[in-house]
Ligand binder design. Structure first.
Ligand code: CIR
Length: 254
């Protein structure tokens, strides 16, 4: 069974962390509706959705991706770079503990799951304001025994590695070459975002279908030109919180 952990939008999302975006009012009702549409896409694509309740203490808790890195063997609970986000990991660790052995990234390491991109046993980790060298070393230490390679990736201009590049197929990556070098992914097919859509590299690959934001039609066309089936959803309110598509779920085989 394929599972997707999601978490309801917090009523306090307007107090979210922001790094590159200016604060704008977020329509919480609309954010709820957009999140419901997101869950529906997961459901229709065959993923069993585990929906956790929101918590007012954690404005960013809808962005569950940042709280864990799940492989076939382990659930690695992160230590998010923003201190306000660290309490989010408690509920996620509890759920993942039903499916996997749980290990934790410890101080002084900080890491957001949004900085971790995995294809098979190759793992790339963004070096960002959220994720430090100590975290890359911890992740390597944890995963090397299972045969994974872990590579640090210098980034410029964006919050997370998965703002700059995401997986859209078994050996395909969509990326913004202004934020991450295509040479980071040797041996993989790379699809560049449309230059008018710098934020478009965050695409949610669900196997048969890839989910693209409604804000990025040009990049959708580029991805489809590579034979990849896409669906579009509107995530305007989550984007105002500097979140995108992969951020709102943790996907794993149960
Ligand atoms: C934050 O700054 O932490 C949140 N407002 C947005 C996190 C988005 N997460 C992700 O891209 N994985």
């Amino acid at each position: 069974m394929q599972y997707a952990i999601t978490r309801e939008v917090s009523a306090t999302i307007g107090r979210c962390e922001l790094t590159y975006r200016k604060r704008e009012p977020i329509d919480v009702e609309l954010a709820h509706a957009q999140h419901a549409a997101y869950r529906a896409v997961l459901h229709h694509a065959g993923w069993a959705v585990i929906e956790l309740p929101a918590t007012a203490e954690c404005p960013d808790s809808v962005f569950v991706e940042d709280t864990a890195v799940v492989t076939d063997e382990l659930a690695i609970i992160t230590r998010p770079g923003a201190p306000s986000r660290r309490p989010e990991t408690v509920a996620i660790a509890e759920v993942l503990g039903r499916f996997r052995e749980v290990v934790r990234i410890e101080e002084p390491a900080t890491i957001d799951g949004g900085d971790v991109l995995r294809i098979g046993r190759r793992v790339w980790v963004g070096l960002t304001s959220r994720t430090n060298v100590a975290a890359i070393e911890s992740l390597r230490h944890i995963l090397v025994r299972y045969g994974y390679s872990v590579v640090g990736v210098p980034l410029r201009g964006c919050l997370h590695l998965k703002s700059a590049a995401t997986v859209v197929g078994p050996a395909s990556v969509v990326l913004n070459p202004g934020w991450v070098s295509p040479a980071t992914f040797p041996g993989l097919e790379t699809i560049e975002v449309d230059p008018q859509e710098p934020d478009a590299a965050n695409v949610l690959w669900l196997g048969a279908v890839s989910v693209v934001s409604q804000a990025h039609p040009r990049t959708r066309a580029r991805i489809e030109a590579h034979g990849i089936t896409c669906r579009t959803i509107d995530v305007s309110e989550l984007a105002k919180a500097e979140g995108a598509l992969t951020c709102c779920s943790i996907l794993f085989e149960g």
